[in-house]
Structure formats: C-alpha cells, structure tokens
Design a protein around this ligand. Structure first.
Ligand code: ADP
Ligand code: ADP
Ligand code: ZN
Length: 207
C-alpha cells in the first residue's frame, strides 16, 4: 500500500498516520517532521526551510520533492509507505506520480473552526507524537518521555497564513486525486478511534 494523507494543518494527519503505520507496518514519512529534525540539527536544509516555515509558507517544491524522492528510494519503502504532508502542491503531486504509484489518497476532512482549535491546543513531541491540551494534561510524551513543546508555527500569527496556503495550494489536490480514482474522504471531526476505524476501512476496501 502506497498511501497519501491529505487534510488541512491540524486535521489529524500525523495522529492517524502513526497509528495506521503501526497497524500495516509501513514507514511514516512526514515532510514536516523531516524538516523540523533538520532545523533542530542545524543542517543547510534546515536553515533554508526555517525561513519559510516560520512565515507559514511552503518550502520550495524542488527541495521537498528531492527529499521525498530520496526517502522513497530506500529499502523500507519497497512494500509500502504513508506520506503525511506531501504532496502539498500540484507540482509535488505530479513529480510524485513520476516516481511512485499511489494506491490510496485519504482526505481527512475537518472544518476551519475546528482546525484552528486543534492547532491552538497542539503540543508536540520530537518523536512526532502530538497531543492536545483539551485531553492531555502532562507536559511529557507518553511514548518516549521527552518534554512537549508548542511549535512556533502553531502560534496564532502564523496559523492564518498556513490556512490560506492550504486553501490555495493544497486543497486542489483533493480534485487531482479524485480524478485518478484513488481518493477517499474521512470525517476527521469524529473522535480519534472513529477516524482511525474509518481510515482502516477505506484502505482495506481498496485492496
Ligand atoms: P501540519 O501538520 O500542521 O500540516 P507539517 O508538519 O506537515 O504541518 O508542516 C509544517 C511546515 O513544514 C509547513 O507549514 C511547511 O512550511 C513545511 N512543509 C511540510 N511539508 C511540506 C511540503 N510537502 N511542501 C512544502 N512545505 C512543506
Ligand atoms: P496534522 O498532522 O494534520 O497537522 P495532528 O495529528 O498534529 O494534525 O493533530 C492536530 C491536533 O489535534 C493535535 O493536538 C492532536 O492531538 C489533535 N487531534 C487529532 N485528531 C483528533 C481527534 N480526532 N479528536 C481530537 N483531537 C484530535
Ligand atoms: Zn515522544
């Protein structure tokens, strides 16, 4: 299975991706996580990416396309993978089409009001797990024990820019994948376990 998750920032892609990848034993490839790891390590890629991420803008297509292409060429991606946060533009989707055959694009649908609430209360761990202040009241990760933090780009002033970018540049991918016949929509406003069950159902139906 060669999966793509679509959905606005805060829709729950990362949360569900972790669980889906555990279930099917496939690698979880989050371009956001890869970029943040590079920022933390101070690599040239991280330095370049930070300028865009801090403004709520997308990192240039050629940068992320190269990154994903290299990652998908690795051995552990041969039997399947889940892309979370990529593609985010039509250019990225077309490039991806040149080096992978996507079997399912799962669009996690959440309206803007809820997405804003989810982003505002999100707390992240460097292992990739995310939590929300409405249901998690510790400041350390239940999975790895690291201290949780709020992403700089989750603060109010950047969120609006990210949502605008999503609407203009990423939402058109829903139509793109609908046309290739691999799109499924899942109601992301439900509780986590329900969303997970719906995702599993659409993936299994497709196989
Ligand atoms: P979210 O989970 O809120 O959707 P991500 O962690 O996926 O956010 O991405 C955080 C930021 O990293 C984005 O706002 C963007 O600047 C950058 N980024 C991540 N993936 C991509 C991509 N595929 N193309 C361009 N920029 C990206
Ligand atoms: P994305 O990767 O799409 O940006 P996340 O998976 O990081 O989104 O989720 C955004 C926030 O919403 C996090 O704080 C997460 O804990 C919370 N969240 C995700 N899914 C649900 C859900 N079904 N119900 C309630 N909160 C959720
Ligand atoms: Zn952790």
């Amino acid at each position: 299975m060669y999966l793509v998750f679509l959905g606005a920032p805060g829709a729950g892609k990362g949360t569900q991706a972790t669980r889906v990848c555990e279930k099917y034993n496939i690698p979880h490839i989050s371009t956001g996580d890869i970029l943040r790891a590079n920022i933390k390590a101070g690599t040239p890629l991280g330095v370049e990416a930070k300028g865009y991420i801090d403004k709520g803008l997308l990192v240039p297509d050629e940068v992320v396309i190269g990154l994903v292409k290299d990652r998908l060429a690795q051995e552990d991606c041969k039997q399947g993978f889940l892309l979370d946060g990529f593609p985010r533009t039509l250019e990225q989707a077309k490039a991806l089409n040149g080096f992978a055959r996507i079997t399912n694009a799962v669009n996690i649908e959440v309206d803007e009001e809820l997405v804003v609430k989810r982003i505002a209360g999100r707390r992240m761990c460097k292992c990739g797990e995310s939590y929300h202040i409405s249901w998690y009241n510790s400041d350390v990760c239940a999975k790895c024990g690291s201290k949780l933090y709020q992403r700089d780009d989750d603060k109010e002033q950047t969120v609006k820019a990210r949502l605008d970018v999503y609407k203009k540049q990423t939402a058109p991918l829903i139509e793109y994948y609908a046309q290739t016949g691999v799109l499924s929509n899942v109601d992301g406003a439900q509780e986590m376990q329900k969303v997970f069950e719906d995702i599993v159902r659409v993936i299994d139906d497709n196989d």
